[in-house]
Design a protein around this ligand. Sequence first.
Ligand code: SAM
Length: 286
Amino acid sequence: MGKASKDKRDIYYRKAKEEGWRARSAFKLLQIDEEFNIFQGVKRVVDLCAAPGSWSQVLSRKLYAPAKMSPDHRDGDLPLIVAIDLQPMAPIDGVIQVQGDITNARTAEVVIKHFDGCKADLVVCDGAPDVTGLHDMDEFVQSQLILALKLFFSHVTFAKPKSSRNSSIEAFAVCENYSPPEGFNERDLYHLLEKVGSPSGADNLDCHSGWLEGPNKVYIPFLACGDLSGYDSDRSYPLPSSAEGGRYQSLDPVQPPIAPPYKTALELKKASSRGILEMDKLSLNS
Ligand code: SAM
C-alpha cells in the first residue's frame, strides 16, 4: 500500500504524522485518558514496551511539558517518566529510557532506583502476551492475566479506544485502585499467580470479596472510549487537498525505528540473494 493510500484508509495514521506522533497508537492512550482521566496527579509513570515511543510522547506532552513550562517549577518536582523496551528509541524530552526486558526483575530494580524507591502512580503497557495459535493455551494465558489483574485492583475495565480498529480484537485493560491482597509480598508474585491458575488455589487467597464465588466467573465491563462521533478507524477519508482539487503531499513518518528487529532479517535476505553464504560475517546485533 502506497503512503498516500494508507493516509486515506487510515485517518489516525495520517493524523499521527500531522500532529508529530511517532505512531498512531498515541491516539489510543489519549482516548483512554479522555474516558478515565488516568494522568491526573501523576508524578511517576512507567511506559512498558515503549518503542518507537508514541505513548512516551503523550506522557511527555501531557505531564512533563506543562510542568516544565510552569514559571515556578523546580527541577526536582518535575514528573518522572521511565520508558522500557527491548529496542532502543530516539530520545524524547523528559523521558528516561531503559533498554531491557520488562519480565526481568533487574529491569524493575532499575525503575525503582529512578523513583528513589517510591511507587509509580501510573504504569502503561502496550505489549500483550504472545499468542501461540494453540487456542486452549492462549485462552488459559489470557484468563490467567485477567484473574491476576482482578486480584490486585478493585476496578478493572476493558477499554476499546475509537482509534483501535473494530476489525481488530485489541482492547486495553484499565486497572484502577491498586489494592493487593492482605499480606501480599511482591517477591512472591510468581507463586501467587500459580495459585490463582489452579482451581483450588484461589480458596486460600484473601482477595476482593466475591470475585471467584458462585459460578467462578469474572465479568469485566467493556467500554468504548474516545469521541464516538469522532474519526472512525475503519473508514476511509478523502485526503485534504484532493478534496479541494489540489495535489496531496504525504508526510514521512515522524521517527522511523532506530534499530528495528527486521533490519538484520533484511540484511540477511539481501546477502543471500547476492549468493553470499557467509552469513556469520553479519553482526546479529547490528
Ligand atoms: N506503545 C508503543 C508506541 O506507542 O510507540 C508501541 C509498542 S509496540 C506495539 C510493542 C513493543 O513491545 C515493541 O517495541 C517491542 O520491542 C516491545 N516488547 C515486546 N516484548 C518486550 C519485553 N519483554 N520487554 C520489553 N519490551 C518488549
